[in-house]
Write a protein of this length. Structure first.
Length: 655
């Protein structure tokens, strides 16, 4: 690879940089100005269409709210109540509930769209649930909310009913199993009773215990009655012995009459009261006093002797007491015998009591289980007649007073003019950038990733080449090494040769020779500063690089600008300009590009696409030391900057 005068290899010290703009702001501004009425009309028409659609095409929407209170499922026999509000509320968006709602309101869209229309909000603190539904009118929104809440509550009722039905089926199976078990236990117990001659172990044993206790108590009570009757008989016998059998009928003393009367009262009191009773004791004392008086002779008198009625009454009471005493003794003996017999029966049961009790308890447990299950079944059947949903409707969907703010109206009103304006803008940009052809130096610098060293209207303007070459004499005459000139497209190869001819015609003159650029050069009279490419024959090869001599045609054409003499010391080597006349791409071009210190690519404005220009480095096999010359610049673009990038680094000289 060649080394230039600056000591930098292969690129003249110019690193690959990307300047300029992908689309020149001038072209954007030009497109907007060229189609400004189209853009303005698209915006106005879009605004009118958007307003019309938002005003008349989109209807207002109303929202109704239904309020539900969560009370939870009550506990039923065999079913535990559900108290979680969240899972219960989520049932509103289940497929089964949405499908029923869609059928009820005749919703034409998919269930997912219906789910988006039905919104709900949960207040866990207040245990409430709000159901919000939209509608085109207040009536539609309220009807929609009521339909949703009714179907939602009905769904939970059916869900609870299914739970109860499942539990009833389970309980019925348990009842059947318990009845079979109880029947087996009852059969075993009956066989045991038949074997041991027991009607009912529990009843018979209990009755025997009761009978034995009752007989024992009655027998002991009979003993007490016997003792009481014996005392009464003894008292009556004493009283009878003390009572005279006869009394004096007339002329009797008052003491005698009082004695008889008190004796009769004493006998009557003893018949119903005990000896320790105060009344009996009082009468006994009075009788004893009167008896002592009568014995001492007081109150005696003549009279008629007659039978004593008191004596006869006491005798009757004595006979009755003895008769009752005998009866009580016989009954007490019979009760004692029955109590002993019952006790012996109870003792006979003690041997089989354990086995009988075990069999009987098994029967009772099974029968109790059957009764409990039947009770549960009855409770479940009663709950199934009117299952609860767990929700209480606090407020049904009411008619909303105001419509909801429809954000789609704002979106439509803004989107329609924006879309039409965007389409018009795309049309304008398409017309401006059709084919992605680059026009300005800024675009060439960006897509070519290299500096633009000059810009000209040549070849459309014949004098543009003179201005281009004259504009390069600030850096190019002081450069060293070789410059390979080639075209950006295959149709512009001649432009590279013409540019090389003119630059060599201007730059091969040494200072002080007095030669004019238009004079025909003489190789023998070439000054010491003449480039080696002029004095050295071209190298051999299939595609030799043209070492251009001053063009005869150009030499005969007078220059339209003042002659610029080369600013170099005599004898120093000048920059060598070579035009590539080989194939447009390939290995030969890449080899020549790698051997050159820097490359100038001629890009024709409005003829080269951005994509083709962007692959220049790939086509040349290098990404450094590539500069561009823009030719054929339209007249309207002459006011733009004609250079872009770091030219001093490209030419390898100090700026």
């Amino acid at each position: 690879m060649a080394t230039d005068a600056t000591g930098m290899t292969g690129s003249g010290g110019a690193a690959k940089t990307r300047g300029g703009f992908p689309a020149d702001p001038y072209r954007l501004r030009r497109a907007l100005l060229r189609y400004k009425w189209l853009l303005l009309g698209a915006g106005v028409v879009g605004a009118v269409i958007g307003y019309s659609v938002a005003k008349f095409g989109l209807t207002s929407s109303y929202t109704s709210v239904a309020m539900l209170k969560w009370e939870g499922f009550p506990e039923v026999e065999g079913i535990q109540g559900d108290q979680e509000l969240g899972p219960a509320a989520q049932a509103l968006h289940r497929q089964a509930v949405l499908r029923r709602i869609a059928e009820e309101v005749e919703f034409p869209g998919p269930l997912l769209a219906l789910q988006g229309l039905i919104q709900y909000r949960i207040d866990y603190m207040g245990r409430t649930m709000e159901i919000q539904t939209p509608g085109g009118t207040p009536e539609d929104a309220a009807d929609f909310a009521n339909v949703v809440s009714d179907i939602f509550i009905e769904h939970h009722k059916e869900r609870q009913g299914r739970r109860i039905e499942v539990e009833i089926a389970t309980v019925q199976k348990r009842i059947d199993a318990a009845e079979r078990t109880a029947e087996v236990a009852r059969r075993r117990y009956n066989e045991f009773r038949e074997t041991h001659g027991i009607a009912d172990l529990s009843t018979e044993q209990e009755s025997m215990l009761d009978a034995a206790a009752r007989l024992r108590a009655e027998a002991e009570l009979g003993v007490s009655e016997v003792r009481a009757l014996e005392v009464e008989v003894e008292s009556l016998e004493i009283q009878l012995a003390e009572t005279p059998a006869t009394v004096v009928g007339s002329g009797a003393s008052p003491q005698r009459a009082a004695y008889n009367r008190l004796s009769q009262e004493l006998a009557t009191a003893r018949a119903s009261l005990s000896e320790n009773h105060p009344q009996v004791q009082s009468l006994q004392q009075q009788v004893n006093q009167l008896r002592a008086q009568l014995r001492s002779g007081g109150g005696s008198g003549a009279g008629v002797v007659s039978t004593n009625a008191t004596h006869q009454a006491i005798q009757g009471q004595l006979r009755a007491a003895k008769s009752e005493l005998r009866a009580v003794r016989e009954r007490q003996i019979g009760l004692s015998q029955l109590a002993d017999k019952a006790q012996r029966r109870i003792e006979d049961f003690s041997d089989i009591e354990g086995e009988a009790s075990s069999l009987l308890s098994e029967v009772k447990v099974d029968e109790k289980l059957v009764q409990t299950l039947r009770k549960t079944e009855v409770a479940l059947e009663d709950a199934l007649r009117n299952p609860t949903s767990g929700f209480l409707v606090i407020d049904r969907g009411s008619l909303p007073e105001y419509p909801e703010r429809n954000k789609m109206k704002v979106v439509v009103f803004g989107a329609v003019p924006l879309v039409l304006f965007s389409l018009a803008l795309l049309f304008a940009l398409y017309r401006e950038f059709h084919g992605l052809l680059v026009q300005t130096p800024a675009e060439v610098a960006f897509w070519g990733s290299g500096p633009v060293v000059g810009t000209t209207s040549w070849p459309d303007d014949p004098h543009g080449l003179d201005e281009l070459v004259a504009g390069l004499d600030d850096y190019a005459p002081d450069a060293r090494g070789t410059v390979l000139i080639l075209a950006a497209s295959s149709d512009e190869g001649q432009l590279a040769a013409d540019l090389a001819d003119r630059m060599n015609n201007d730059w091969v003159i040494a200072s002080g020779t007095g030669k004019q650029p238009g004079d025909s050069p003489d190789a023998s009279a070439a000054p010491a500063g003449t480039p080696a490419s002029i004095q050295t024959p071209p190298p051999s090869g299939p595609y030799p690089i043209t070492r251009t001599e001053p063009s005869t045609a150009l030499a005969r054409r007078p220059s339209v600008r003042p002659v610029e003499y080369i600013r170099a010391e005599p004898g120093s080597e000048r920059v060598r300009l070579d035009a590539w006349d080989g194939p447009f791409e390939g290995q030969a071009l890449r080899r020549a590009a790698r051997l050159a210190d820097r490359i100038l690519v001629i890009a024709h404005s409005c003829h080269v696409s951005a994509l083709e220009l962007n692959r220049t480095g790939h086509r040349l096999g290098r990404d450094r030391g590539i500069g561009f010359v823009v030719v054929g610049l339209p007249e309207e673009l002459k006011g733009l900057a004609d250079r872009h990038g770091d030219l001093a680094r490209f030419w390898g000289v100090r700026g």
